[in-house]
Design a protein around this ligand. Structure first.
Ligand SMILES: [Fe+2]
Ligand SMILES: [Fe+2]
Length: 238
């Protein structure tokens, strides 16, 4: 079983990605309020696994770091960098550990197609301060919802939407419901939407998510520095 996640683990991850002290401080200033929230802390420990060794919270932190590094490399503005890192911190905040399956679900409601919807509802519910400005809210919402591209995403349709936080969705102020539904407009098979985020911030996070998945898949080759270097080269290229 994995040991409890501590601040020492967090520091170790920061250094793994060769962040300078100034970059760590800059990134920490953005992610701190989210990291310290009880819902995020829950996801740093079992049973919230992303894959067998990494917890969901650790995966999210790695995505946020990779997102940050891409933004620095591409010389993005501070506003874009902040919104992109926030999208990364929110992108997988779904409600229940994904291994807890519900066999009765419609195919369209499987975890891969619905978890971004649960994540954005939870993010707005738990972190409303980051959604006060409507322009920012629209970019963050679209980025979280479409982070799985090219995997399609569930759209509202005649098939009931089976998510674990429907009550929280109903409790959201109208503007957020409107922005979520606008971003989920169907474009594929009537019950699905299939596109990248229309905003650069969301597209950066989607890319960071794939890089982090690839890095994980190569981790079993830890002893072979060549493979690890390939992954790091792709990351640098970002
Ligand atoms: Fe995801
Ligand atoms: Fe992810």
């Amino acid at each position: 079983m994995k040991k409890e996640f501590t601040y020492q683990h967090l520091k170790k991850i920061f250094y793994e990605y060769n962040l300078s002290k100034g970059e760590i401080q800059d990134l920490w200033d953005i992610i701190r309020p989210i990291y310290k929230h009880t819902e995020f802390q829950k996801r740093l420990n079992p049973p919230y696994y992303h894959h067998e060794k990494t917890t969901l919270g650790e995966h999210i932190i790695r995505d946020a770091i990779i997102t940050y590094k891409i933004c620095i490399k591409k010389k993005m503005t501070d506003d874009i960098k902040k919104r992109a890192v926030l999208i990364a911190m929110f992108h997988d905040l779904y409600t229940k550990p994904w291994m807890q399956k519900n066999p009765k679900k419609y195919l369209q409601n499987f975890h891969a197609f619905t978890h971004p919807i649960e994540a954005i509802i939870n993010a707005i519910t738990w972190f409303p301060d980051f959604f006060v400005e409507v322009e920012d809210a629209e970019i963050i919402i679209d980025g979280v919802l479409h982070h799985m591209f090219p995997c399609p995403l569930r759209s509202p349709s005649l098939i009931p939407l089976e998510i674990n936080n429907k009550k929280e969705f109903n409790n959201l102020p109208y503007i957020y419901k409107h922005l979520i539904l606008k971003s989920l407009r169907p474009s594929f098979l009537r019950s699905m939407t299939w596109r990248e985020s229309i905003f650069i911030e969301g597209r950066i996070v989607s890319r960071a998510d794939k890089i982090s998945a690839m890095y994980k898949d190569l981790s079993f080759l830890d002893g072979l520095s060549f493979c690890k270097n390939v992954a790091l080269a792709v990351l640098k290229k970002g």
